[in-house]
Design a binder for this molecule. Structure first.
Ligand code: NAP
Length: 255
């Protein structure tokens, strides 16, 4: 994927992977617009990095997406990359409705409906560009389930299949689909996750992602070394072992 001279909008870049990727892309000379609900974090990023702009956006709210999209396109008519980064992850207990229904609805709204609505808000513009990229964000958990987060796993599997499907629909257009498939990465996605010894340090992860993007102009899935264990279990024929190992090393697995 070309990561020079692009204009990139990353809703979900106030922290974690989105924030680190925004800084890495800005440092390589791209114009980056960060988005999220936490205004103060957007302002901090803008103050520290002259190539970074920002908009407030709640991707669980259709009206907020439309408002933010209009603002981004007015200020950055050259926008040619959308990265649908915003996501939430929460443990669920599916043995009673109180343990999962509300969390599941919130997770689907942010992780699946959010990217769908974002693509809806930007696709007509992106199709007018000579070359454009939509980067979706799935997870290794799209390919092997973590016991405690059923809806999260399901939304990420849906994002994978959406990415595969859109690649077919946009085949004869200027729009490319790139799927970022992170392994466990040390961020604040879940309580304690930033200190999880089984997760990849954020800086290492971003360095590996940038190297893949720079090396492979036609990359379809951004797969760092650590995620291949989860991604290719079925193809290797050791899926059952992968699921067992994943859940044995999960600190929440005994709940
Ligand atoms: N870290 C991992 O282990 C891992 C593994 C696989 C996939 N991923 C995926 O990577 C993406 C980034 O996660 P992360 O690990 O970097 O976690 P994070 O540090 O918690 O970042 C999540 C980002 O999403 C934004 N966000 C969440 N809900 C939002 C909403 N309703 N509207 C707008 N922005 C929203 C947050 O911004 P505000 O709170 O400011 O709104 C924040 O910028 C997610 O899609 C996640 O599923 C992460």
């Amino acid at each position: 994927m070309d990561i020079t001279g692009r204009t990139v909008f990353i809703p979900g870049a106030t922290s974690g992977i989105g924030r680190a990727l925004a800084i890495a892309l800005a440092e390589r000379g791209n114009t980056v617009i960060v988005g999220g609900r936490r205004r103060e974090l957007i302002d901090d990023l803008r103050a520290a990095h002259p190539a970074i702009d920002g908009v407030e956006i709640d991707t669980s709210d259709a009206a907020s997406i439309d408002r933010a999209a209009a603002e981004v396109l007015e200020r950055h008519p050259g926008l040619d990359v959308l990265i649908t980064m915003a996501g939430v992850m929460a443990a669920e207990d599916w043995t009673s409705p109180a343990g999962f229904v509300e969390t599941a609805e919130r997770t689907v709204t942010t992780n699946l409906l959010g990217p769908i609505r974002l693509i809806g808000a930007f696709i007509e513009h992106l199709l007018t560009r000579p070359a454009a990229t939509i980067m979706t964000v799935s997870s290794g958990l799209a390919f092997a389930p973590l016991r405690v987060t059923p809806t999260y796993n399901a939304t990420k599997a849906a994002i994978h299949m959406l990415s595969e499907s859109l690649r077919l629909q946009y085949a004869d257009t200027p729009v490319s689909i790139v799927e970022l498939v992170p392994p466990a990465v040390q961020t604040d996605l879940m309580p304690g996750h930033a200190e999880n010894p089984h997760a990849q340090p954020l800086d290492d992860y971003i360095a590996e992602v940038v190297a893949i993007l720079e090396r492979d102009a036609d990359v379809r899935e951004v797969l760092v070394e650590r995620v291949t264990f989860l991604r290719h279990g079925e193809a290797r024929g050791d899926y059952a072992d992968v699921v067992r190992a994943l859940n044995a090393s999960d600190p929440h697995a005994q709940r």
